[in-house]
Design a protein around this ligand. Structure first.
Ligand SMILES: [Zn+2]
Length: 419
């Protein structure tokens, strides 16, 4: 016997709810039986209409007697082979039925059966008879039919299944956590023509949005020699997503990866810097796009941040500062600092950081209750340098900054350079 069958049958009887159902059924049957049997009467009654008969004993009933009320014969023939007639209990009765008790019994019995069906049997039988997965989402992407199936029963914690068919043939099928699918069109530097990709992202969830995206290169709908357009693995990408280009402008889609090295590092929640990297996936890795001017804050934006830091630092008495004040100022300054470094302007970033430290960021950091917040400008600069070294984008960041992201002036801290 197969395991699914056993587990399905076990669902028919899984605990106290089933015992309760059976209890209801038994009590219901007892009530029904009592109700039908009725209460004793000192009179004889017609079995059909319950009319109280004039006769007081069976012996008084003549063989051809009928009920005065409904005409039902009071003697029924039995043992007719011998030609004898015999009065039986089926023609007259010595008790009256109790319809209320009968109804209550019927109701309880039905409730017991219904309760059992609802709680166990239907689910169990359903699991036995219906497929475990049902299709939740279907779409056509690049000529492929994509279906996402999820477990039918809410308590089944199995992962959804993604299945991709190309011309009816299954080209991909896998279980995945929180899957999403889509298509992207991008300019692979190794190819002349833009590449069409079908992507499937598996998201492990959480505030950091950890994900893995599998991409497949899909040929156009014309069939090759084998009768199928090609469907080939292209690249596996981590922690990012495709961003659609403006449909008005026929540009390629880009891959956006968020820098997570600074999330919750010295700041909390919304104050954490969220730096994005834009690039083009290729089978050998991601080729990062050269950042353009618009990706870094301009002079006005930097000045606005300076004003905000000064306002925060002068808003209250220094002894009233909390970690939240520091979080706000440090988040703003770090975000702008990193965006400058990530667009290749480390030389502008350091003076900006130092000026904001003097503006009041230093006072706010000193007042912070968070132990990990550096308490001097020198300590802050060293902490930022060390953290940037931990970034998975560090080689690209160094390349953008001409090989060094170290503070531009004295040599108090060792410069970080590309190998
Ligand atoms: Zn009668």
């Amino acid at each position: 016997m197969g395991t699914p069958l056993v587990s399905s049958l076990s669902l028919l009887w899984s605990g106290p709810l089933e015992w309760l159902s059976v209890g209801l059924l038994i009590v219901g049957v007892l009530f029904f039986w009592r109700g039908r049997r009725g209460r004793r009467s000192d009179r004889l009654h017609c079995v059909k209409c319950l009319h109280a008969l004039a006769q007081t004993s069976l012996a008084e009933i003549a063989p051809d007697a009928c009920c005065a009320e409904c005409g039902h014969p009071l003697s029924s023939a039995s043992g007719s082979s011998r030609g004898a007639t015999k009065r039986t209990r089926s023609s007259v009765r010595t008790s009256l039925p109790r319809p209320l008790i009968t109804s209550i019994g019927l109701f309880l019995a039905c409730a017991g059966v219904g309760f059992w069906l609802y709680n166990g049997a239907l689910g169990g039988l359903g699991r036995l008879l219906l497929p475990r997965y049902q299709v939740k989402e279907t779409q056509t992407l690049l000529g492929c039919e994509v279906t996402i199936s999820k477990p039918r029963w809410a308590d089944d914690l199995a992962s959804p299944i993604v299945e991709i068919r190309q011309r009816g043939r299954v080209v991909f099928a896998s279980a995945m956590t929180h899957p999403t699918v889509g298509s992207a069109r991008l300019q692979d530097p190794l190819c002349e023509e833009p590449v069409s990709l079908l992507w499937i992202r598996s998201d492990s969830g959480g505030s950091l949005g950890l994900s893995e995206t599998f991409t497949f290169r899909v040929g156009d709908a014309t069939s090759d020699d084998t009768g199928y357009p090609d469907f080939l693995p292209y690249a596996v990408l981590h922690e990012g997503s495709f961003a659609k280009s403006d449909p008005e402008q026929p540009e390629s889609d880009v891959w956006i990866a968020y820098e997570l090295a600074y999330k919750y590092w010295l700041t909390t929640g919304v104050n954490s810097p969220t730096i994005a990297m834009r690039g083009t996936p290729t089978p050998s890795g991601i080729v990062w796009n050269s950042p353009d001017e618009s990706e870094a804050p301009n002079a006005d934006a930097l000045e606005a941040i300076a004003g905000r830091v000064r306002a925060l630092a002068s808003a209250t008495e220094p002894e009233m500062f909390t970690s939240a004040h520091c979080d706000q100022a440090l988040g703003l300054v770090l975000d702008a600092f990193l965006e400058l470094v990530y667009t290749g302007r480390a030389r502008d970033a350091w003076p900006f950081l130092r000026a904001r430290y003097e503006d009041g960021l230093g006072t706010l950091m000193t007042a912070s209750q968070r132990a990990e917040v550096p308490r001097s400008l020198d300590a802050l600069e060293r902490a930022i340098l060390e953290q940037m070294q931990r970034s998975k984008f560090i080689q690209e960041i160094l390349r953008r900054n001409g090989g060094s992201i170290a503070p531009p002036t004295d040599s108090s801290s060792a410069p970080i350079s590309a190998q």
